[in-house]
Design a protein around this ligand. Structure first.
Ligand code: OAD
Length: 240
């Protein structure tokens, strides 16, 4: 199956790569779902919603600072590096990610479309448009204020929020035009991102899932590569 998918990759003019928390798991960044997932330990409605931030911004910030500290202490893994190599060694590889950890950029990937934002950025929720990089990792944090007076929040998408309209439109365009969509390390349950594989299929793309376990996408995929992203991805592309 690896050889078949490798041949699809060589033949494809446009490859779209969609990643989720599983690609960062081998770096030591916890995933969200499953026995070792963050949502077993923490309640999303207390930490990852606009209401939670309005109620207890310091608590929410402390959780994000803790996650930043975890991420700052780890390195991109063989899976991230393989995707960066695909982008560097062949044309037409677009990267879409649900991850907010910034590890694709640290691995050398150009311009990942970060559909759920990036936890190394802050933004003003009051609509004044202010965003900035912020590398603090030490909790507890005094919540920072924007020049307009509002609190600054992590620039990530929370439950109950819509994705940036331009970003999701771009993602839809990319997968609709792709010949091959690689879906890597995502439970494929969080919409609207979970709809992208179907849009790719309707546009004529082959869809390949890379995951350690079955997901709702498994039955629709043209090929399933069952294994660790860090083992599977480097085997799919050899420098020509
Ligand atoms: P999940 O935690 O839901 O899913 C991680 C997926 O990665 C699972 O299907 C695992 O089987 C798989 N996996 C784990 N380790 C792997 C490895 N080494 N190689 C390959 N696959 C592996 O994470 P996401 O699907 O990214 O959103 O979650 C989607 C969104 O839900 C997140 O962006 C976040 C979350 O709640 C928000 O916070 C809005």
């Amino acid at each position: 199956m690896i050889d078949r998918v490798a041949s699809w990759m060589r033949a494809a003019e446009r490859v779209a790569v969609l990643t989720g928390a599983g690609i960062s798991a081998e770096s030591g960044v916890p995933v969200f779902r499953g026995d070792a997932g963050l949502w077993r330990q923490f309640r999303p409605e207390q930490l990852a919603t606009p209401d939670a931030f309005n109620r207890q911004p310091e608590l929410v910030w402390d959780w994000y600072l803790w996650r930043r500290a975890c991420i700052a202490a780890v390195q991109p893994n063989a899976g991230h590096l393989a995707i960066a190599r695909w982008q560097q060694q062949r044309a037409g590889v677009a990267l879409l990610t649900q991850n907010v950890d910034g590890l694709h950029a640290r691995a050398g990937s150009a311009a990942a479309l970060e559909l759920h934002g990036n936890l190394w950025r802050v933004r003003c929720p009051a609509g004044c448009g202010f965003t900035a990089l912020d590398e603090a990792t030490d909790a507890p944090r005094t919540v920072l204020r924007c020049a307009c007076g509002s609190w600054l929040r992590p620039d990530v998408v929370w439950f109950g929020e819509t994705l940036d309209a331009a970003a999701i439109e771009t993602a839809i365009g990319i997968v609709a035009d792709a010949d091959l969509l690689m879906v890597i390390g995502t439970s494929a349950v969080v919409y609207p991102v979970a709809a992208l594989p179907q849009i790719a299929r309707e546009g004529g793309a082959r869809v390949v899932e890379v995951n350690v376990e079955e997901t709702p996408l498994t039955g629709q995929a043209d090929a399933v590569l069952r294994g660790l992203a860090g083992d599977v991805l480097p085997a799919l592309w050899r420098e020509p």
